[in-house]
Design a protein. Structure first.
Length: 291
């Protein structure tokens, strides 16, 4: 039987949290990796996971990726994902799937790095001429990818004016749903119903109370509160709920000596909010956790 694993490469947000890299999740099926989102540090996080025994995350093996939406915290690692594995001997084009606008973004990234590409191909470096290329697929809802190991469905979620998607992975042993950034959305409930693993973003219901009116309006419109996620999970009933992209609503650049203690308290509050309505297993994910 081919095993399935989930590796949280990054569980962070736009906040520059030194303990959480940018959002990225790897679904591992056998020796194959499927990356969802590419926040800051994605390739180095993959290299750390490789050192921890996940062969599929050796940088040159990063060949397929899926993007939920075009926000910078989910895409700053895109040039890293294109070029670093190429320098480290990936010899095939990177396959990428995502919303409209991804082709335009890719075109400009390749243009920005034109001198680098030409120097590596035409200079003394023994670089191959394929690994820097990108096969971009702008998607619509439904099945967007299939090979002998996985089938991937995309479904729309609600995240401001962005075209944004969640993804459902079918593997030989698991069904895995990744929310991306979203406010409470009926598609999450429909697609994630009775799945093995639901990986969902969340913000602190307690923490938002201290935010400005503008930030309250923003977060409540485009993200999911800890209380709301408990209600969603109670309807979905996943075997395991994993929290990522946790918005703790604290100043992570603060020099407050009690910041780590406050973070642990806020994380506990988030879990308790969820457990008010959801009695199943829930874990607050950390970078490089493996499930």
């Amino acid at each position: 039987m081919i095993n399935t694993k989930v590796v949280l490469l990054g569980t962070g947000t736009p906040n520059a949290d030194p303990d959480r890299s940018g959002p990225s999740v790897a679904v591992i099926v056998g020796e194959n990796s499927y990356i969802v989102d590419f926040g800051p540090g994605v390739v180095r996080q993959a290299a750390k996971a490789y050192r921890n025994g996940i062969e599929a995350l050796k940088p040159k093996n990063l060949k397929r990726a899926f993007l939920t939406h075009l926000h910078s915290d989910h895409t700053i690692g895109y040039p890293d994902l294109i070029f670093s594995p190429w320098v480290l001997e990936r010899d095939k084009s990177l396959e990428v799937y995502g919303p409209k606008g991804l082709k335009e973004m890719t075109k400009h990234i390749l243009k920005a790095y034109k001198q680098d590409i030409l120097e590596r191909i035409n200079g003394l470096e023994p670089a191959n001429d394929k690994g820097w290329k990108v096969d971009v697929n702008e998607i619509s809802p439904g099945t967007i990818y299939q090979d002998k190991y996985v089938r991937v469905e995309a479904f729309p979620v609600t995240h401001g004016s962005f075209e944004a998607y969640g993804y459902k992975f079918y593997t030989p042993t698991k069904t895995i749903v990744i929310s991306g950034d979203t406010s409470p959305n009926g598609n999450i409930i429909s697609y994630a119903k009775d799945c093995d693993i639901l990986i969902h973003e969340v913000y602190s219901n307690a923490g938002i109370k201290d935010r400005s009116t503008e930030w309250k309006n923003y977060h409540s419109s485009v993200h999911t509160s800890s209380y709301e996620l408990g209600v969603i999970a109670s309807k979905v009933k996943p075997n395991l709920l994993i929290l990522y992209h946790q918005l703790f609503m604290l100043d992570l650049q603060s020099d407050d000596k009690d910041l780590k203690l406050k973070l642990r308290k806020r994380e506990y509050e988030i879990l308790q909010d969820i457990k008010e309505n959801y009695k199943g297993e829930v874990v607050s994910g950390n970078d490089l956790d493996i499930f």
